[in-house]
Ligand binder design. Sequence first.
Ligand SMILES: Cc1cc2nc3c(=O)[nH]c(=O)nc-3n(C[C@H](O)[C@H](O)[C@H](O)COP(=O)(O)OP(=O)(O)OC[C@H]3O[C@@H](n4cnc5c(N)ncnc54)[C@H](O)[C@@H]3O)c2cc1C
Length: 423
Amino acid sequence: MSRQFRAAVVGGGPAGLVAALALGKARIEVFLAAPPHRTHAHAPDNRTAALFAGSIELLKNVNAWEAIAPSSAPIRAIRIIDDTGALLRAPEVVFTAAEVGLDVFGWNVPNSALVAGLLDAASRSDSGVSLRATRGIAQVAIAEDSATLSTQEGDTLVASLVVGADGRNSICRSAAGIATTTWQYEQAAIATTFSHSRPHRSISTEFHRPSGPFTTVPLPGLASSLVWVERPDEAQRLAALDEASFRAALEERLQGLLGTIGDISPRAVFPLSGLTAAVYGQNRTALVGESGHVIPPIGAQGLNLGFRDAAALADCVATALGQQRDPGEASTLAAYNAHRRPDVTSRITTIDVLNRSLISDLVPVHLARGLGLVALKTFPPLRRFAIREGLQPSREVSSLLLPDGAHRLTQRREAAMTRHSAA
Ligand SMILES: Cc1cc2nc3c(=O)[nH]c(=O)nc-3n(C[C@H](O)[C@H](O)[C@H](O)COP(=O)(O)OP(=O)(O)OC[C@H]3O[C@@H](n4cnc5c(N)ncnc54)[C@H](O)[C@@H]3O)c2cc1C
């Protein structure tokens, strides 16, 4: 016999977990199909995610932040150093949270702690989430008024709304007939974490280099995470070095900024690529996280976008429920798509332009990037605008990205109900 749910979330990565919890806050019955992380041996994920203020509010609103915070470190400033060797070297630019009236830009959160904290929150009886550990969803069959999902263990369930949070090779996206545009960069990122002798002073430093950015992000104590973008062959070579040789290469790149380098965690290499779905909601399916968009790990945008997807979906679903509409019907998904498209498109474009401006051989391109940095350094209103837009779009902000988000979500649902009864 099939079980029935209003929403089924496929994928237990950070975007899927947070989407399930956000929908739980919208008081909808959610089924979450997640791989059994705790019981299976998984390759350790040494990545961290710099999450901006809205994402941290979301984690607080779904009762996950308290468990995650001790493993995370605040980011109070972002420093950009031009290391391109271009004819016109751009000035060093430092953005501080204080100049836009914030205490911190955000927090750098280890992925492993993030997923563990979200799983704990989803396991609580009051989360509204029915957590099902499964080897995976084998099939999604979409009909006019519902979708049927089959697990690899042979169970089936029926849901009004499918949330495809199953990553870049999403089967939910395929089942919904959503096309994608994909592209590749001749670059790969080495991700690791390391300890060092000099304090980072809560500053994230981004060296702009001809092969791509080289970024350190603070971790608790005398430690930082690293995202080092290189040409693919060079990234593989560096990642394969023994620890002493990699340490020497890292110290050379850092130019003494963080002092002597100590322990280095295992390195992983991620080829840089991009993907965007033609539509983020269609045929009973909403795409959340990398099933809908993949962007290079530059400027810490990827998961922040995924979290904004989850918060926007919770708003759209709360409105639908208030108006006694089906959460998976076409108008709910159209509202979700309209909400997410401008944010995702603008981030994909900005990161693409920034990255290509670094790796380009053209002098005018370097000149334009250098002048952009000069303008950011010398013109405070532009700096403040760039900082605010970099953290979160200034358009409508979803309820769960704001303090007291669960209450705001309830108000949204009640307002929709009032409008519906009045109509
Ligand atoms: C080096 C690096 C650094 C980064 N740094 C940042 C940063 O600082 N800030 C930031 O915002 N972003 C950052 N990102 C991006 C961020 O890591 C990704 O956006 C995020 O991990 C994507 O999460 P997700 O949940 O969408 O996808 P995934 O983590 O891929 O999760 C998808 C999940 O779905 C599951 N799944 C797949 N198929 C099925 C199925 N059929 N049934 C059930 N489950 C299924 C998978 O097992 C997986 O658990 C970085 C990325 C990289 C590579």
